[in-house]
Design a protein around this ligand. Sequence first.
Ligand SMILES: Nc1ncnc2c1ncn2[C@@H]1O[C@H](COP(=O)(O)OP(=O)(O)OP(=O)(O)O)[C@@H](O)[C@H]1O
Ligand SMILES: [Mg+2]
Length: 226
Amino acid sequence: MSERVPTGIPELDKLIEGGFPRHAMILLAGGPGAGKTILSAKFLHEGALKYGEPGVYVCFAETKRMFIRDMKNFGMDFEALALENRVSILDLSIGAEIEVQSALNQIMEAVTSIRARRLVIDSITAMSVGLKSELEKRRMIHLLYRIIQNSGCTTIMITDMPYGTNRIGGGIEEFIADGIMMMQTSYNSEGVLRRHLRILKMRGTNHGQKTYEYTIGDNGVEINVS
Ligand SMILES: Nc1ncnc2c1ncn2[C@@H]1O[C@H](COP(=O)(O)OP(=O)(O)OP(=O)(O)O)[C@@H](O)[C@H]1O
Ligand SMILES: [Mg+2]
């Protein structure tokens, strides 16, 4: 079995033979407020603190300041980790295709400068928002994928799913990705918000096949594996 990278969430590790395969590119797809950012932040936070693996968080969807502020609610102090160069947080926004290249260069620089082993892109949806054609978006995904492969990082790539849909991405990232996890919300018959996680694919892994309920609490994402 390939080397495993613990995700920072022990219950999730149990569902995927101990963690993500080393160097894998994981597509984390989910609806608004599903907990994608919280889960990915934990992956970097635990990686840096527990496993000594530096990580880069790339924010396209929100500002670095908001990210640091919100993650404090879950006991994650990214300011401290950044000061010690154990994590680097990149605040990027994209308006045009030429800016994609610059964003990719900055990601690579950040990865190299702290010798990152973990990388999170939040999100490819926000990253590609300024791109006009499908062709430009596809090209961006390919460039991003190449950067990720060269980086040597185990990577979570977040992608947004509109509420109530089952459509994951633009059509290529699902096939390029080594793993796909889906985080979705719905309302039960009493009108109460429910959260569920599914592992759609995880190459080289005998992964859990069920729909797992999870909650968001003081510790972040907590999965009910029973
Ligand atoms: N202190 C808290 N305790 C419990 N749940 C919380 C707390 N703070 C936020 N949440 C829940 O977490 C959700 C936000 O999680 P997160 O930012 O990870 O979602 P996301 O999938 O990244 O959303 P987006 O698509 O907007 O980026 C909120 O919508 C709320 O339901
Ligand atoms: Mg988010």
